[in-house]
Design a protein around this ligand. Structure first.
Ligand SMILES: Cc1cc2nc3c(=O)[nH]c(=O)nc-3n(C[C@H](O)[C@H](O)[C@H](O)COP(=O)(O)OP(=O)(O)OC[C@H]3O[C@@H](n4cnc5c(N)ncnc54)[C@H](O)[C@@H]3O)c2cc1C
Length: 383
């Protein structure tokens, strides 16, 4: 099979890119190793910035049709119960990854992309006139796809045969991520982030009147509760009375409960390794900023017209690489540094209490700090 673009990974980044390139009439294959729809670990907070990219990719209506919850404010709450309130720079959306990822993959298929679920990309080899992408199906049958261009959008997962994006030489703090939905909670239109020893937990509304609870805990904190997800959820609710209050009367929807390990929020950035990487395949921003999904979709927005140019012969592969990597670094190097610094400081009880205290006294300063963790501010007012 000879196609124009193969995208490895049908998460947000991959599906948005596949949809945008297929819309331009190119032959696109989107590979996804799992079958959907399925729950994913995520706070499911889709920032106002993400909506600007969805607009640019002509996918805003697709996501709006999922009737996301609207979110207007954010609050960080210290271990001592001190609260720092902030207005968001626009309206954010709360929408489950169960619905969102399925809708975007469907949009890619509607645009003409061939979406192949249960197919894992196992290696990419660059040739003079394109790439050979090796794939494996669930029965372990192996084959390959010849393509003029290729993009890796496999999230945090390494694609075998490609240089791993982890820097094994530098041991770093690793985290465990847990997500669970709740029904029957009366939450205001805000995202609340509670700090606890060893991590933080967010709670916010999503579609259908449900709520998302998502936490990031150090591997040590998770081991401390015996490495069991329900025990971790109970432990944070016990440690944070205000969270227990938020959850009171709600019903935990256990079939939505998901967990991921080895979450590395300091992974070095790799934007190009034979071909472009987009989304979490590049690196990972600390989830407390709620920026990861926006970055993933924005990378698709940057790359889609460049791929169109390359396929039409208007630009070289090298020009795509230069323009993409320059734009990405300009947009995200500084937010990444600030977000990592902020996550480290908020992880320290006394410093975080001091920071929240200062932020309460000087709200403009807190707002500036939050904006410094974010990519380009292109807020969509209509919703
Ligand atoms: C605890 C936690 C909370 C978070 N909360 C938020 C939040 O509230 N807001 C926010 O904006 N961001 C949040 N994020 C970040 C956000 O989830 C990611 O930035 C986002 O999912 C990145 O999208 P992606 O498409 O790059 O990767 P993914 O969504 O991970 O998608 C990658 C896809 O590729 C597939 N795949 C992997 N390998 C292969 C292969 N070899 N072949 C074929 N398919 C493959 C996977 O199955 C997957 O479907 C959070 C992250 C964590 C860990």
């Amino acid at each position: 099979m000879q196609v124009d673009l193969v995208v490895i990974g049908a998460g947000l980044a991959g599906s948005c890119l596949a949809a945008a390139v297929a819309q331009r009439g190119w032959r696109v294959v989107l590979l996804e190793r799992q079958r959907g729809p399925r729950h994913k670990v995520c706070g499911e907070f889709l920032s106002p910035e993400a909506q600007a990219s969805l607009h640019a990719l002509d996918l805003h209506a697709t996501v709006a049709a999922l009737a996301p919850a609207e979110i207007y404010r954010a609050a960080i709450i210290s271990r001592q119960g001190q609260r720092l309130d902030m207005a968001l720079p626009g309206v954010a959306w709360g929408v489950s990854r169960y619905r969102l990822d399925a809708a975007l993959a469907h949009a890619a298929a509607q645009a003409g992309a061939t979406v192949r679920e249960g197919i894992t990309g196992t290696a990419i080899t660059q040739r003079e006139d394109g790439y050979e992408v090796e794939v494996r199906d669930t029965a372990n049958e192996r084959t390959s796809i010849s393509t003029r261009t290729a993009v890796v959008a496999c999230g945090r997962h390494a694609v075998p045969g490609l240089r791993p994006s982890q820097d094994a030489a530098a041991p770093r703090q690793m985290y465990v991520g847990i997500k669970c939905h709740y029904a029957g909670l009366q939450l205001p239109p805000e995202v609340r982030l509670y700090l606890f020893d060893g991590g933080y937990v967010g709670i916010s509304p999503i579609e259908d009147g449900q709520a998302n609870l998502c936490l990031l805990a150090s591997e040590e904190a998770f081991a401390h509760v015996g490495g069991r997800v329900p025990a971790m959820l109970d432990a944070v609710a016990h440690a944070i009375p205000a969270l227990a209050h938020d959850l009171a009367g709600g019903q935990r929807l256990d079939d939505s409960m998901t967990v991921v390990g080895a979450v590395d929020t300091e992974r070095p950035t790799v934007l190009w390794d034979q071909c472009a990487r987009i989304g979490d395949a590049v690196t990972m921003i600390p989830p407390l900023c709620g920026d990861g999904q926006a970055m993933a979709i924005h990378a698709a927005e940057i790359c889609a017209p460049l791929i169109d140019d390359v396929l039409a012969g208007r630009r070289s592969l090298a020009a795509w690489q230069t323009i993409y990597t320059t734009a990405w670094h300009a947009a995200y190097d500084q937010p990444l540094r600030t977000a990592r610094w902020l996550q480290t400081l908020l992880g320290q009880p006394q410093i975080s209490a001091g920071l929240i205290g200062i932020g309460t006294l000087l709200p403009m300063l807190a707002q500036q700090l939050v904006l410094a963790t974010r990519g380009p501010q292109r807020i969509i007012v209509e919703h």
